[in-house]
Design a protein around this ligand. Structure first.
Ligand code: ZN
Length: 243
């Protein structure tokens, strides 16, 4: 980590500074830390995972143009994280049922969230979605709006907001019962578009996703057993242990 950046951030003249513990976990030079700082200013509790999830290639932030929403299809944060580890998949953020935002993967790394659309996208997933009748809790809904607004404020190249179900028909309806029109209306001062399936870049994402489904690149590697418990560092340096 760049110590000079870290200390300049924490002896900074800004009104609110990222808590040192989160800065240490995230690397203050990573733009991800600025997003969490924004959320803390909104009085949101944010956490960072202490052991990174599997992620892919490094990317330039200006190449990101899309946010993809998911549900984890598991009703606990700890279960969601252990499943991500065992499958070698990742999101950039997961939002727990109580609205706590957990940062999982640096924004300047591609996450393995939506095959066919990963490279220019940020993945945000709600914990939940086991049943099709599920819907995000009020706390998750509110946290998602704060997170999306913070991301777009920091990166105006983000233009599109879609669901994983828009990218791949086998994930139809994901995330369940999220009304994108309502979400976009409630995201005041944030200009985003929910794309129809024939609009670009979604049409290209869908073609790539369909191709990858039919032509899997490699057989899944066996992954090492998942160590528990999961340790998170949260607002104010609080440690959260997930068993
Ligand atoms: Zn998904």
């Amino acid at each position: 980590m760049e110590l000079r950046r870290f200390f300049s951030l924490h002896t900074c003249r800004r009104v609110v500074c990222l808590s040192p513990a989160l800065g240490l976990i995230l690397n203050a030079a990573d733009p991800s830390s600025a997003i969490l700082n924004d959320l803390e200013k909104d009085a949101r509790t944010v956490c960072a995972i202490n052991r990174p999830l599997k992620s892919g290639a490094r990317r330039e932030l200006r190449t990101i143009n899309t946010i993809i929403l998911h549900h984890t299809a598991i009703d606990t944060l700890s279960g969601s994280l252990s499943t991500l580890r065992s499958r070698g998949t990742s999101y950039h953020y997961v939002i727990d049922t109580d609205g706590v935002v957990v940062h999982l993967t640096p924004l300047n790394r591609v996450a393995f969230q939506a095959a066919g659309a990963n490279r220019p996208a940020i993945g945000i997933s709600f914990v939940g979605g086991v049943e099709p009748t599920w819907r995000p809790t009020d706390a998750q809904w509110s946290a998602a709006k704060s997170l999306i607004a913070a991301l777009v404020r920091r990166n105006p190249n983000i233009k599109y907001l879609i669901g994983h179900g828009d990218v791949r028909d086998t994930n139809a309806g994901e995330p369940y019962n999220v009304n994108f029109d309502q979400l976009l209306t409630e995201l005041r001062n944030v200009r985003l578009q929910h794309l129809a399936t024939n609009q670009e870049p979604l049409a290209t994402f869908r073609r790539s996703a369909a191709y990858l489904l039919e032509h899997p690149r490699t057989a899944a590697e066996p992954r090492p057993s998942v160590p528990t418990p999961e340790r998170l560092t949260c607002t104010g340096g609080k440690i959260r242990i997930l068993n």
